[in-house]
Ligand binder design. Structure first.
Ligand code: C5P
Length: 218
């Protein structure tokens, strides 16, 4: 029997990454930040001078990504990536390369390889629909666009970046539209996914809800 997977999908800046990482820590499970793989692909393409719209070129970059995840640290070609994949520019690039079917295909097996004992928490857009369709628990984690833009704003300011709330909101809405309307693996709530709206929840409350659902499901 394969190790259990908790699939957490949802829009940008919904807090799913933080919730997923804490659920994984609480259960002693591995954690897959699948968005980081799309972000790394966008960054590596940019560094190699490959345009984000060049499907074959970007897919080759995705297939050859030399990436090592160690806890919170991500190394690309041996070098710590840090916040270089969290900029607004790379966020937009990630959502562009993620719309290319050959890129998604190239990243599929790499993502499935994270599913080791005792279990995995994966967060992204298609964890429950494509990558881990047999996951015993699927969660669609969301919040209003305004709440998400505010959270993203606070994060950026805390990290010392400059940020503008109306711009963040409109970037987020564009990214939501691109992620939901694309033909491959669009962002949507699966019929068998539980809805977790975190607009009025703390991180702790959201983590507890996921852990409670997982206890029920297993
Ligand atoms: O989750 P995060 O915001 O880091 O993801 C960055 C981008 O990567 C998203 O906007 C989305 O287009 C893409 N993505 C995806 N499928 C995933 C995870 C992320 O298409 N499983």
């Amino acid at each position: 029997r394969a190790a259990p997977v908790i699939a957490i999908d949802g829009p940008s800046a919904s807090g799913k990454g933080t919730v997923a990482a804490r659920v994984a820590a609480a259960l002693g499970f591995a954690y897959l930040d699948s968005g980081a793989l799309y972000r790394l692909t966008a960054l590596a393409a940019q560094r190699a001078g490959v345009a984000w719209g060049d499907e074959a070129g970007v897919a080759a970059i995705a297939a050859g990504l030399d990436v090592v995840f160690t806890g919170e640290d991500i190394r690309l070609a041996g070098v710590l990536v840090g916040d270089a994949i969290r900029t607004e520019e790379i966020s937009a690039g990630a959502s562009k390369v993620a719309a290319l079917p050959a890129v998604r295909e190239a990243l599929l097996f790499r993502q499935r390889a994270f599913n080791t004992a005792p279990g995995l928490v994966g967060d992204g857009r298609d964890m429950g629909s494509v990558v881990f369709p047999r996951a015993p628990l699927k969660v669609f984690l969301t919040a209003t666009a305004e709440a998400r833009a505010e959270r993203r704003y606070k994060q950026l300011i805390e990290k010392g970046f400059s940020a503008n709330l109306p711009d963040l909101l409109s970037d987020l809405q564009q990214r939501d539209a691109r992620d939901s309307q694309r033909s491959v693996a669009p962002l949507r709530q699966e019929a068998d996914a539980r809805l977790l709206d975190t607009t009025h929840l703390t991180i702790e409350q959201a983590v507890k809800q996921v852990l409670d659902w997982f206890a029920e499901a297993s």
